[in-house]
Design a protein around this ligand. Structure first.
Ligand code: C5P
Length: 230
């Protein structure tokens, strides 16, 4: 007998719609939503904040092993999806700063950092039904996930979404710079030696370039229901 998928992995490049779709899908199913990107971002933020050189693999790895990262329901009504605490400091917005964007791919390429964070992610996923979002969830973190979705969109469309997001937060970023940063991050994430960004062979690919978020969530939910008990 088929049972409803309990672990759902959503992977894809930056601004492919993973977080918005993941959160909406988790809400419809009443599952835990967990965005693994915040963990890599929190470690990057802590390194910058504490003066640990991002090039120092050993020091950054120690930091990743020791840092207490907690994700809770939103504690403030300021547009956040959730609250992220790093050693008890609220870093929800800090981890979205451009300095973190610029350094997070380097930090997440370190094997020791990934090892430490993947272990934490697996513990979280073991606890309850989950929609887990990231770059390597279907391939490495939860290779046995019941449903794997890989979201993609053209780099121009993803840069446009990121630019709009920044504007909505009151910033006025240069469009060309956002596109350049997106290309750079794609290149590092896809070419790194350990756990590069890849769709799992058994993932369902959705190209979201010309789709509304609502349509993508509907499609993801349809994939869940299709695998559900008859
Ligand atoms: O998804 P988000 O853009 O917040 O992720 C930030 C960075 O964290 C990515 O560019 C990637 O380098 C890293 N990451 C990762 N593996 C994950 C999630 C994020 O390497 N599972």
């Amino acid at each position: 007998m088929r049972v409803r998928p309990m672990t759902i992995a959503i992977d894809g490049p930056a601004a492919s719609g993973k977080s918005t779709v993941g959160e909406a899908l988790a809400e419809r199913l009443d599952y835990l939503y967990f965005d693994t990107g915040v963990m890599y971002r929190a470690v990057t933020w802590a390194a910058l904040e504490r003066g640990v050189r991002v090039e120092d693999e050993e020091a950054v790895t120690k930091l990743a092993e020791a840092l207490e990262i907690e994700v809770t329901d939103a504690t403030d009504d300021d547009g956040r999806q959730y609250t992220v605490l790093a050693d008890c400091v609220d870093v929800t917005w800090e981890i979205r700063r451009p300095e973190v964007d610029a350094n997070v791919s380097a930090v997440s390429a370190y094997g020791g950092v990934r090892h430490a964070l993947v272990a934490k992610q697996r513990r979280i996923a073991a606890g309850e039904p989950v929609v887990m979002v990231g770059r390597d969830i279907g391939t490495v973190v939860l290779p046995e996930a019941d449903l794997k979705i890989f979201l993609d969109a053209s780099v121009e469309e993803r840069a446009r979404r990121r630019w709009l997001e920044n504007r909505e937060r009151g910033k006025d970023p240069d469009r060309a710079a956002v596109l350049d940063a997106m290309r750079r991050r794609d290149r590092i994430d896809s070419n790194r030696e350990i756990s590069p960004l890849r769709a799992a062979v058994d993932a369902v690919r959705i190209d979201t370039t010309a789709m509304s978020i609502h349509a993508v969530v509907d499609e993801a939910e349809r994939l869940v229901r299709e695998r559900d008990c008859p």
